[in-house]
Design a protein around this ligand. Structure first.
Ligand SMILES: [Zn+2]
Ligand SMILES: [Zn+2]
Ligand SMILES: [Zn+2]
Length: 323
């Protein structure tokens, strides 16, 4: 029994990173922290396969995801991961702050935590500590239906609330209650203190999306290709050759030759143009400036459209600085 517990003590880690140097650095860090089951993938495609295999083995690996991968956009990878495992824990590696719009969108999509590049050992260590603490926080209460919530150690609740706030730019009381599994009376005085200290700002009552089946507000957006409904896409640059009307990825114009008509493209704006920031579907090869979106309930896994959503009102906060 004790032996089993020792074996189960460290979880699997999946590194999704196209730079071998960073991947190796992360692996070394994790080994120093005592992790032994470390998997590394350099493409989104291989990462989805490995993630699925691990989940099939009843594991829930902690995923370290590079924001920029050559074959798939981070939105695409996250959508696919959440569809496999709604309780996935994903740490996004990024060179930008959480205030960046792209990062905010990913945090809404279910990114669990983010780490800034260049990665520092101290930051990584604190993220892993939080994840481990959180795990034990939830394990204690899981499956004990009807257990007295007051038994939940209140300092643990606050610790986890801090973590939740750190990963959010804006959050409602309804979502805090849902994630922490306790009523707001257990942390309302702490929120008041944070507000007084200028660490959070009340935004008043806000409407937020709730699941139309189970009423949960633990909802995330998922994205897919408008043509084939797949979630395997990347963000890229397209070129349109005016002469023949061909539109395809920049890299298909090898040696500046149009892949459709074989003629050379010569002057930007004269015989061809660039379409920046288009999503390109890896499955059906279609491209589009915007993705289609649905909502996924992380509690009951129900998928629904915006027009079918239920709405709930609860007090929300803007998070400024939780240290
Ligand atoms: Zn639901
Ligand atoms: Zn498609
Ligand atoms: Zn052409």
């Amino acid at each position: 029994m004790l032996f089993d517990m020792v074996l189960a003590s460290k979880e699997d880690i999946l590194i999704v990173e196209d730079s071998p140097a960073i991947s190796m650095l992360l692996k070394n860090y994790f080994e120093k922290l005592g992790y032994t089951n470390i998997h590394a993938c350099n493409t989104g495609h291989s990462a989805i396969i490995v993630f699925k295999e691990l989940v099939d083995e009843m594991k829930n690996p902690i995923v370290f995801l590079d924001f920029m991968l050559p074959d798939m956009d981070a939105h695409s990878i996250l959508t696919q991961i959440l569809e496999i495992q709604p309780n996935a824990r994903v740490v996004l590696e990024t060179a930008t702050e959480k205030d960046d719009e792209g990062i905010k969108e990913l945090i809404r999509l279910g990114v669990y935590q983010y780490i800034e590049k260049p990665i520092r050992f101290e930051n990584l260590k604190s993220i892993m500590n939080t994840i481990e603490n959180e795990q034990s926080f939830f394990e204690k209460d899981s499956d004990k239906t009807g257990s007295n919530i007051q038994e939940k150690n209140s300092s643990k609740i606050i610790e986890h609330l801090d973590f939740l706030l750190k990963s959010s730019s804006q959050i409602s009381i309804g979502l805090m209650e849902q994630v922490l599994g306790v009523s707001s009376e257990f942390f309302s005085s702490y929120l008041e203190k944070l507000e007084k200290d200028g660490k959070i700002i009340s935004l008043g009552d806000k409407k937020e999306i709730a699941c139309n089946r189970c009423d949960s507000v633990k909802i995330t957006q998922i994205f897919y290709c408008p043509s084939c409904k797949g979630s395997n896409f990347k963000l890229g640059k397209l070129l349109e050759h005016y002469d023949c009307g061909n539109i395809s990825e920049e890299k298909t114009y090898e040696n500046d030759l149009c892949p459709n008509c074989g003629k050379e493209i010569k002057a930007l704006g004269v015989d061809y143009r660039v379409l920046q920031n288009h999503y390109i579907c890896n499955d059906c090869k279609d491209f589009f400036p915007d993705l289609s979106t649905d909502y996924l309930c992380l509690k009951c896994e129900n998928k629904f459209k915006l027009e079918d959503a239920r709405w709930k009102i609860s007090k929300s906060f803007k998070v400024l600085n939780i240290s």
